[in-house]
Write a protein that binds this ligand. Structure first.
Ligand code: CA
Length: 230
């Protein structure tokens, strides 16, 4: 059964969403707070799509989205935005959401978006083998045991370095700003200097590049950040 997580603190909106998703053939897991949503995702690893409300009593929907993305790139995320402001959409998509639906929405619109995202993700059945791995030869990242191999050899990484590698390998050829890397790896609440990104990238290069002085995999985007190529 296709499982969808519904994070919404307002009970009437939540049950409206749940009823309509069930009618469309989905199994639903409900959460009232962001914290609950993250727990439910841990408990039900077969959830493929998460609907996230933004305004919540505890951590907000953007933060939930960031945390999901920091740990799992496979869950499809649709933000339920209350306002029509462009900023919400942009912030949502920046934090790793796949789509957004603006409230108030019709049952048809909601299920159409969920169906579309499910289609984009594939049904996952034949993907199970590769779900825990991101392969970009000569690199192979295993997200289940959090290891990186280069040409079949284990590369010893700190957890932070691993998280940066996961971010890079999940976003090939994308120029990423230092701030973006900082936010997705260290979290929004991190108040340290952005320089920590450079420090870790320098260390990573020593570990993964053939020639750290002339990096090929992690290249510098001058005045901006870094880009993973391969
Ligand atoms: Ca709300």
């Amino acid at each position: 059964m296709k499982k969808v997580l519904v994070l919404e603190d307002e009970a009437n909106i939540r049950s409206f969403v749940v009823i309509n998703l069930k009618r469309a053939g989905y199994d639903t897991i409900e959460a009232e707070t962001g914290e609950q949503a993250l727990e439910q995702l841990q408990r039900h690893p077969d959830i493929r799509v998460a609907l996230l409300d933004i305004m919540l009593p505890g951590i907000d929907g953007f933060e939930v989205c960031r945390r999901i993305r920091a740990g799992n790139l496979k869950v499809g995320i649709i933000m339920l935005t209350a306002r029509t402001q462009e900023m919400d959409k942009v912030t949502g998509l920046m934090t790793g959401a796949d789509d957004y639906v603006t409230k108030p929405f019709s049952p048809a619109e909601l299920t159409a978006r969920v169906d579309a995202l499910y289609r984009r993700l594939g049904d996952g059945e034949e993907e199970t083998v590769s779900q825990d791995e991101i392969s970009r030869p000569p690199f192979l990242l295993n997200t289940r045991n959090r290891t990186l191999k280069k040409n079949g050899q284990l590369v010893k990484l700190t957890q932070v370095e691993y998280n940066i590698m996961k971010l890079f390998m999940g976003n090939p050829d994308k120029a990423m700003s230092r701030e973006e890397i900082l936010e997705s790896v260290w979290g929004r609440d991190y108040f340290g200097e952005v320089k920590i990104v450079d420090v870790n990238v320098r260390r990573l290069r020593v570990k993964i590049e053939d020639n750290p002085q002339a990096p090929r995999f992690i290249t510098t985007v001058w005045g901006y950040g870094y880009k993973w190529s391969i």
